[in-house]
Design a protein around this ligand. Structure first.
Ligand SMILES: Cc1ncc(COP(=O)(O)O)c(C=O)c1O
Length: 407
């Protein structure tokens, strides 16, 4: 019996590393093998990993709630009302919007499931979803898993990967149903400007499309750039679902707490489907993150660290022959162009060997990702550990450039 033939076509193609060696950072045992060899893992978008980094206010609260015994029990699948209230207040402080915590927010176990959930009511049989390229790989796959079609919209290095609306217009068909935007973008660190999001919104409204805004990195925008929530732009509220979490900005990826907010007509459906699609979020984690939702000042210290690190990476890589990178506008990762030095898959392997650093092969982030590496410079608590890894990478890439006759 060929069990795969009984599966939906998009699922048949998936490989998790059980029967083949899979190089992607997020599947299989490849990472633990590298770790055993003493390689610095800088390929998971997980702030400060693997070092301890729970903010004190969250740690204290987590201990208190565990001791209370209450977290042995479920919270409602739509999430704790206290947390939804705190999210609503934070949305007001962050974007100046007023939402009803009882109607416009749902808590979930992080934005990976949040993104899938947000698309599920809309996407099926052949529906097309426009996704900028490069993008977070799951954002290319979700539509396909739902039976839809992902249509990649190129963005270009020379624009620092900002959007060209004409590229969206060129790909519009009668089947286009949704625009998915990762704002700010992983892996390019692009923080989309108000102007370009206004242009994108006008395109979405004019063509009566749905928008899913993946804002996993919304808290990581550097001060010289603006974080704009596309749902707040004219005509967008009733057609946008915004997906967020505590993973990236607060550095609490292991807590698995996220939220979706949007208009109550859509949210009523998500509330109705919550138990089937996302289940309930950890009670302990929801209670523990509450103080961070009420006071997230500690994120400013993280931004200072990321700012130093992006500048360090920028200096090292841009002074390495054959290598270049743009200054990230958000996030804690460097998007490095190594196309002059060779094939990115081979260079990832070479760097693990030569520099003892594991970074990501850009090809997983879309057609525009070829010839690039993504390095999580947000890894490790101490800046020195990060700088040392960047230095080792710079030296290894320089050696490669020299052996290729590039200086
Ligand atoms: C752009 C983007 N969105 C969403 C996620 C999912 O994050 P989480 O499920 O931890 O919220 C990630 C994780 O790497 C990401 O990079």
């Amino acid at each position: 019996m060929n069990i795969k033939e009984k599966m939906k076509p998009a699922f048949r193609k998936l490989e998790g590393g059980l029967f083949s060696s899979v190089e992607k950072a997020d599947v299989g045992d490849a990472l633990s093998d590298l770790q055993k060899r003493g390689v610095a893992l800088m390929s998971w978008a997980d702030p400060f990993a693997p070092d301890p980094s729970i903010p004190q206010i969250v740690l204290d609260k987590a201990i208190e709630v565990i001791k209370s015994g209450f977290p042995a029990h479920y919270m409602m699948p739509i999430g704790s009302l206290d947390l939804r209230k705190a999210v609503a207040d934070r949305l007001n402080r962050k974007y100046g919007i007023t939402v009803d915590p009882a109607r416009n927010i749902i808590i979930n176990p992080g934005s990976d499931i949040g993104l899938m959930f947000a698309m599920t009511p809309f996407i099926g049989d052949g529906d097309e979803v426009l996704v900028h390229d490069p993008s977070y790989p799951s954002n290319f796959l979700n539509a396909e898993l739902l039976g839809g079609v992902t249509v990649k919209v190129p963005t270009y290095e020379e624009d620092n990967y900002h959007l060209r609306i004409e590229e969206y217009e060129k790909r519009l068909t009668p089947k286009t149903k949704m625009v998915l935007i990762s704002s700010p973008n992983n892996p390019t660190g692009t923080a989309y400007t108000r102007k370009e999001l206004e242009e994108l919104s006008a395109f979405i409204v004019k063509n009566d499309l749905i928008c899913v805004s993946d804002q996993a990195f919304e808290d990581t925008v550097f001060p010289e750039h603006e974080m704009v929530n596309i749902a707040t732009l004219p005509g967008m509220w009733e057609r946008t679902l915004t997906v967020c979490s505590v993973s990236k900005g607060m550095g609490l990826s292991g807590f698995r707490v996220g939220w979706i907010f949007g208009d109550d007509v859509i949210m009523d459906v998500l509330h109705g489907a919550a138990v089937n699609i996302q289940g309930a979020t950890s009670t302990m984690a929801q209670m523990a993150v509450l103080p961070a939702m009420e006071n997230d000042d500690f994120i400013q210290d993280y931004i200072v660290k990321y700012d130093n690190r992006r500048k360090y990476a920028y200096d090292v890589f841009n002074s390495t022959p054959g290598v270049s990178m743009k200054m990230p506008e958000a996030g804690f990762y460097s998007w490095i162009n190594i196309s002059k030095l060779g094939n990115s898959s081979e260079i990832v392997k070479y760097l693990a060997q030569e520099a003892l650093v594991n970074c990501n092969d850009g090809k997983y982030y879309g057609e525009q990702g070829n010839g690039h590496l993504r390095l999580i410079h947000g890894a490790f608590w101490n800046d020195e550990d990060c700088f040392a890894a960047i230095d080792r990478m710079g030296a290894a890439l320089k050696k490669l450039a020299i052996s290729n006759g590039i200086s």
